[in-house]
Design a protein around this ligand. Structure first.
Ligand SMILES: [Zn+2]
Length: 126
């Protein structure tokens, strides 16, 4: 009993040749069973109806659409990383600007204190 259960889990039934196609609205790629050829489906990404192409003539276009979809996905990830890094740079730029302002005010204070010290010394000498 347990033996046969383990076997069926380890070897799931492989379906017939699938159709790879991309949504005509958002270019998200999907893989569907060959039985779904020509069927109108709702895109899981943009929720719009898109038609599954027939397997034969759609295969090259389908592969191309997968490449396009993959590239778009990589662009999207790249873009979100760019946004993240830009955010870090902006934060650190603001911090750097604050440190510069702080250093400037410390420099001004240093000059003022030194000038007061010089005055006090010359007063003491008299
Ligand atoms: Zn879509």
């Amino acid at each position: 009993m347990q033996q046969s259960l383990a076997t069926s889990v380890a070897a799931p039934p492989e379906p017939a040749p699938d159709i790879v196609f991309a949504c005509v609205h958002c270019a998200t790629s999907f893989v569907v069973d060959a039985a779904a050829a020509g069927v109108m489906l709702q895109c899981q990404n943009c929720q719009q109806p898109t038609t599954v192409p027939l397997a034969n003539d759609a295969q090259p276009a389908g592969n191309n659409a997968v490449i396009i979809s993959d590239l778009q996905q990589q662009l999207k990830e790249n873009d979100s990383q760019r946004t993240e890094i830009t955010g870090y740079i902006n934060q650190l730029s603001i911090q750097l600007h604050r440190w510069h302002l702080r250093l400037n005010s410390l420099n001004e204070r240093q000059q003022k204190l030194q000038s007061q010290l010089t005055t006090a010394r010359s007063d003491a000498a008299h």
